[in-house]
Design a protein around this ligand. Structure first.
Ligand code: C5P
Length: 288
């Protein structure tokens, strides 16, 4: 029975802009996305003869098709018409859950890539991203990974020049945020600030890490409830005080990350934030 163990990388939003609400209820977005080394580990096995089985090391996560990894396996089966003969997915979570880091989406993308590698149904990456779109808006990007511009619902992808390698400190405050609620909050206000996406694209093209980091911006930060906005801002300024070239909230939060060109500074930021927060990670950017 084909079986393999794969990594599912976390994603960060270097920028996130909401352009407007669409007739289908989703929003048109413009986001520069980046993969980091922090990853979940998945073991995927087909031909088990046991239907769909999902196990995770976090008891509160769903172990049925509500889990995006399982939804991806079912979508793969539907679109390719290939009977998986029963599939078992075991997930070791390291990416914080409901954190704006695409953990569930990345697990789903890893399942799609793994099933295709094991079963060879002839789907290229674009086709796998198309299957991923049925599972969630961030899944197509997670299929591709690396540095990319995501537009539309998140499924219109343009690969970009890789962000120059850097150290990344990630800190998730203890509160969680509802993604649909935050989208509703954005609908209710006139956004005062937007990211300079074109400036970020030009800085990427020029291989200018500082130029990217200085321009990072996420419009959702402006519509957080005030106590949460204050906490996110405090983490951002702690990162910058420790020498981050720039710091930003990722996705619909609440995770905040900082980009560092100096490993020692990144480590000292990580050490300080670990005194206060439980979910703090020292990682690095990856190209895929
Ligand atoms: O596609 P996904 O299930 O990940 O989206 C979760 C929620 O985020 C949607 O139900 C919607 O409220 C919001 N969303 C949106 N526009 C997008 C992506 C997500 O409004 N482009």
């Amino acid at each position: 029975m084909p079986k393999e163990t794969v990594l599912a990388r976390a994603k960060l939003n270097l920028t996130l802009d909401v352009l407007g609400k669409r007739p289908d209820g989703y929003h048109d977005l413009k986001m520069v996305m980046q993969s980091v080394a922090l990853a979940d580990t998945l073991t995927v096995e087909t031909g088990t003869g046991e239907g769909l089985e999902v196990r995770t090391d976090l008891s509160f996560l769903p172990n049925n098709e509500k889990n995006l990894a399982a939804a991806a396996a079912l979508a793969f089966q539907t679109v390719t018409g290939r009977d998986l003969g029963g599939v078992a997915i075991a997930i070791e979570k390291r990416i914080p859950v409901c954190a704006g880091m695409g953990g569930g989406s990345s697990d789903a993308a890893a399942v799609l890539r793994s099933l295709e590698r094991m079963l060879g149904t002839g789907q290229d990456l674009a086709a796998l991203a198309g299957i991923g779109e049925r599972v969630g808006s961030d899944v197509p990007y997670c299929v591709l990974g690396g540095t990319a511009l995501a537009e539309g619902r998140g499924e219109v992808l343009t690969p970009l020049s890789a962000l120059p390698h850097c150290h990344v400190v990630i800190c998730k405050p203890a509160f969680s945020i509802s993604t649909p609620e935050l989208f509703r909050a954005v609908d209710g206000v006139r956004l005062r600030c937007r990211p300079d996406t074109d400036g970020v694209l030009a800085a990427l093209e020029a291989g200018d890490l500082g130029g990217v980091a200085r321009r990072m911006y996420n419009v959702f930060e402006d519509v957080l409830p005030s106590r949460q906005r204050t906490e996110v801002a405090a983490i951002r300024s702690a990162l910058v005080q420790h020498g981050a070239l720039g710091a930003n909230m990722s996705g619909t939060g609440p995770t905040v990350f900082g980009l560092f060109d100096d490993a020692d500074r990144a480590r000292s930021a990580w050490e300080e934030l670990r005194q206060t927060y439980r979910d703090v990670f020292l990682t690095e950017t990856v190209e895929q």
